[in-house]
Structures are given as structure tokens and as C-alpha cells.
Design a protein around this ligand. Sequence first.
Ligand SMILES: [Zn+2]
Length: 397
Amino acid sequence: MAWSSILDQERVVSTLRRALTQERVAHAYLFHGPEGVGKQAVALEFARALECTEQTAEACGQCQACQKTRRMVHPDVHVLFPYPKGTDEEDVAERIQRLGENPYAAVDFVRRPSLSDPGETSNKQVMYHIDRVQEDLLRPMSFRPGEGRYKVALITDVEHMNETAANAFLKLLEEPPPQTVFLLTTSRPEQLLPTIVSRCQRLRFDPLLPESIESALQEREGMEADAAAMLARMADGSYSRALDLVENDDLMTSRELVLEYFRAAYSQKVEPLSSCVQEIKGQGRERVKGVLRLMLRWVRDLVLYRSMGEDAPLVNVDQAEAVARFCDNLPEADLEAMVGLVEEALHLTERNVRTQLVLTALAQALAQTMRGQPVESLYVPLPTAERRAVQAESATG
Ligand SMILES: [Zn+2]
């Protein structure tokens, strides 16, 4: 483990290592940057180094303190998540355990309302409520450290603190007890109280390099090279997103479905198309959006291949042959228009227009653009009420 377990983020890691060796540790740090790039992983590693009895720039991994921080049972290290009211304590404890095992895993309640079902979504509001902030943060942090040199609180997704909670926390932050370190993480620093931000040393995290994600998927998840390369490019610099994709068994099936859909669209025959549409539709609205996003990546790969040939950095590397064949066989296809049409279909689906209408209209429009005939936009024969709703939403949003 230790710092070598952190992907990229060299600038941040060297700043923290320096703070440790020079014994100039700030009272509060704000780690900000995109989701899934290792903010929590760095925070945990820093907490481990702070508690390690060797007192160097890195947790030794051997001492009593290191064993406890690794098992997430060190009494001076507190990890907090925002969660919906009424959440089971055991659920929270299990998430903290999982975070200890893999600090890049998505264990928060926003992206993963249910630990056991990665596909589940929820409308419950995820929040740090004042009673929890008092119980889990203000009270424990006001005592001196029990075993270690520091008391550390890792407050993840800190933008989810409501105003009362944030103000109560601010009081503690303004007059921090000695030997306390607050580690705040957020991907939305603009939503924080400026008075909180100004009390923290800010460290910005960058998206990860696709190569780093690719080798981590191979080394840590035992993935095949081709699959790792593809997922790394689909993950947009986020290792957590790549892990999410690994867990999503349906991804490969959905990619097959995308190819089938394009073929069916091109054929302009009712039959392969209508059963393909039924199959996509049957997966539920969230998955339909996922399939449309895959279509978008597929068409963007076509655009890349046409302009760069075999050197194109395709997302669907394992489908390079199919991409090449498509481009060679359909030199007339208006690929830019295809990108626009799929984006429009995604937009309509997000606005709850019926999947069947959208996918059928998209297939007709794609068939024309594949033959080089211009299509301005999708023609979706919406019932009047639905059309009004979409227009109203488009006007406001
Ligand atoms: Zn140690």
C-alpha cells in the first residue's frame, strides 16, 4: 500500500509528504477535483501516515497504528459520509470497510444508494444533518487524540452539509483543538461556504491519465489488456467510473446491442429493427440512456477513425475492425450529423419522451445520414401534450 497505491496526483502527494517530513501539517485540507480521481484514497493514505508511529513521510504498514488504520478501526481516525435520513448504521459501517479495502471504490450514497445492487437509483436526499455532525464530528473531534498523534476527520463530499451543519462545523474549524486535522473532499467546491474554504489549505486533483487507469485495471483487477484499454478510455479520467463499468456486466451486452441497432437501422427493414428497439426498451430508462451514450461513443469512434485512420485512439478498441469496416463501406455517411442525432435522442430520453418513439425516429434518421442524405433533426411524432412539455423544458433548460 502506502503512497505507491495512489494513481497519479504527484503534485498533491509531494505537497503532503513535505508537510509530514517538515512537521508542518495544516489544520484543514480541502481536496477538490473531479469524481473518482483519488481524493479519498489520498486522504486515507495521509491519515495513515499521520498516525503511523514511525513518523516519516509514509505509513510503514507494520506498526500497531498502521494495522488499525488499515482495518479502519483506529479510534482517532473518523470517516464521514453524507447519507439519507433513516440509514442503517451497519450500512454505513460496511461502506467504511469497503473504502478501507479499496479507497477508489464508489461507496457513497449518491452514486451507490444500494451496495448490493450497482444499478439501483434513489431519490432520497443525501445530506450531513446537524444531529450527525454533532454526534460524529463535533463531539469526537473536541477531545484530545486517544492513541495517536493526531485526531483526523475525513469528511467526504462536504458540499452535502446543510447550512446549519456547515455553520456548526465552521465554529470548530475556526478554533480547532490542538492536534486535529480535517480532511475535506469535494467535487463541487463552489457549493461550499467561502468561510469554510478560506480556512483550508486547498489541493486540486486532476483527472487521471488513461494509461494509469489502464495499468491499474490490469494489475489490480486482473483485466485483459484490450478490455482494460477500452474501459480506461471510457472512464474519462476517473478510476471509480472504470471500476463501476467493470462491475456492470451488462456493458458488453449493451455494446453488442448498439452494433445490432446500427445494422438494423441501415437495413431499413421493420423486423430486425423493431425487435432490437424492444430489447433496448426492455432494459428500463436508465439503461436506455446508457445504451445511447454507448452509441455516441461508437459514432465518435467513427469520426476519429475517418480522420486519423489506424492511429485513431478509439474508445471501442476491441471493435476496431467493425469501426474500420463501417467507415470503408459507408464513405458517404455524414458522421457529424449522426453525432448530433444521437445527442438529440439522448436529450429527448432525458426529458422522458417515450423510448420507442425516440429509438424508431433515430433509426430512420440514421439510415438517411448513413447514405449521405442530410437530416437536420429527429422527427419524433409526439402526442401534443408531450410535445408541449418538451418544448417548455427546452425553453427553460
Ligand atoms: Zn506504521
